[in-house]
Ligand binder design. Structure first.
Ligand SMILES: Cc1cc2nc3c(=O)[nH]c(=O)nc-3n(C[C@H](O)[C@H](O)[C@H](O)COP(=O)(O)O)c2cc1C
Length: 330
């Protein structure tokens, strides 16, 4: 069994990665229903949140059914981060996660996200203060280092553990890499193999097949796996991994009826959560993946992504089911 603080998880838990504009309550719910053991919100700006920016505040919404859920925050200013912890606590998540890995310029330039990898002392002191400021478990998500010449993740992990974090997720890339090249899991395994480490170490980056998840578990010895892009428009991925671990065979892929059903629920939940206009607009990004691999699909995808109201999208789903209902995804 793996534990994040007092939260008990199965062996080798699967975590849904925080993803901006993707990991919202509807998507997290679908991932949870399909085997994710822990889900994280997209990152939330501490500066935005303490100024009550409506967009940041909405990101705090959680559904009971998705627990355990972690709310991820980012920032580099101690006062803002501590105020943010208090605001986040009031929404009663199970975990607060600190983002020390976001590589984008507008975040890094303020010393937040992966920017803090240039100042490990600040990273540790900020984390310590946050741990001391809440009774919720604090977890951290970070990258290997700023660039290839400054990978100190073994030391960083020890120091974060020493100030009280309850789990660490490591994306096997440096900030300099952004999303290029392959994720390198070796330094993550070095963290795990450090005999001083006792908190769970979760690997992240490029897990796109059940075989790779198994490799992360058996060859790299990690405690669990955090999954991002492979789940977008494909929440079934979590159960596919679990099936593979249990039976050594691949689960049958979702049928067209399954895909249409989940796409429908996704859209409906998004509308219920953020209203018709935003719900229709923000669910568009998922459709390509829900219906990946269907030949001559463009006409239908266009209907889904250009329709301004949900009636048009639901009608497109009906058409897809009628036309491609017997498509074999195997
Ligand atoms: C669209 C998108 C949005 C992301 N947003 C966040 C975020 O808000 N917080 C974060 O820690 N990482 C974010 N990430 C990084 C992912 O959590 C993950 O570390 C990365 O995608 C590597 O994992 P993967 O190969 O399984 O996708 C984002 C990634 C993508 C593709």
């Amino acid at each position: 069994m793996v534990k994040i603080g007092d939260i008990e998880l199965p062996d080798f838990p699967l975590l849904l990665a925080p993803m901006e504009d993707v990991s919202d309550p509807p998507f997290r719910t679908l991932c949870k229903e399909n085997g994710a053991d822990v889900v994280y919100t997209e990152f939330i700006s501490s500066e935005g949140l303490i100024r009550d920016a409506a967009k940041s505040t909405m990101k705090l919404d959680i559904y009971e059914s998705e627990r355990p859920v972690g709310i991820q925050i980012f920032g580099a200013n101690l006062d803002s981060m501590l105020q943010c912890v208090e605001i986040v606590e009031r929404t009663k998540p199970d975990i607060i996660d600190i983002n020390f890995g976001c590589p984008v310029k507008k975040v890094v330039s303020k010393g937040a996200g992966a920017g803090i990898l240039k100042d490990i002392d600040l990273m540790v002191s900020l984390t310590k203060a946050m741990v001391e400021h809440t009774s919720l478990p604090i977890t951290v998500k970070t990258r290997l280092g700023w660039d290839d010449d400054s990978i100190r993740i073994v030391e960083v992990a020890e120091r974060l553990q020493d100030v009280g974090i309850k789990a660490l997720s490591i994306h096997g890339r440096t900030r300099a890499q952004m999303y290029k090249g392959n994720a390198n899991w070796k330094p993550i395994a070095e963290v795990k193999n450090n005999p001083r480490m006792h908190i769970p170490i979760f690997g992240n980056g490029d897990v796109t097949t059940p075989e790779l998840a198994m490799k992360m578990r058996d060859e790299y010895g990690l405690d669990g796996c955090m999954i991002g892009r492979a789940s977008i428009g494909y929440p079934w991925f979590f159960n596919e991994i679990k099936h593979f671990f249990k039976h050594g065979t691949h689960m049958a892929p979702p049928t067209m009826a399954d895909r249409v059903e989940v796409a429908r629920r996704h859209l409906q939940m998004a509308i219920d959560w953020k209203g018709e206009t935003l719900g229709v607009f923000e669910t568009r990004r998922h459709y390509t993946n829900y219906f990946k691999g269907i030949p001559n699909f463009k006409e239908y995808r266009m209907k889904m992504v250009t329709s301004d109201d949900s009636a048009g999208v639901f009608a497109a789903f009906d058409e897809v089911l009628a036309k491609f209902g017997d498509h074999n995804f195997a």
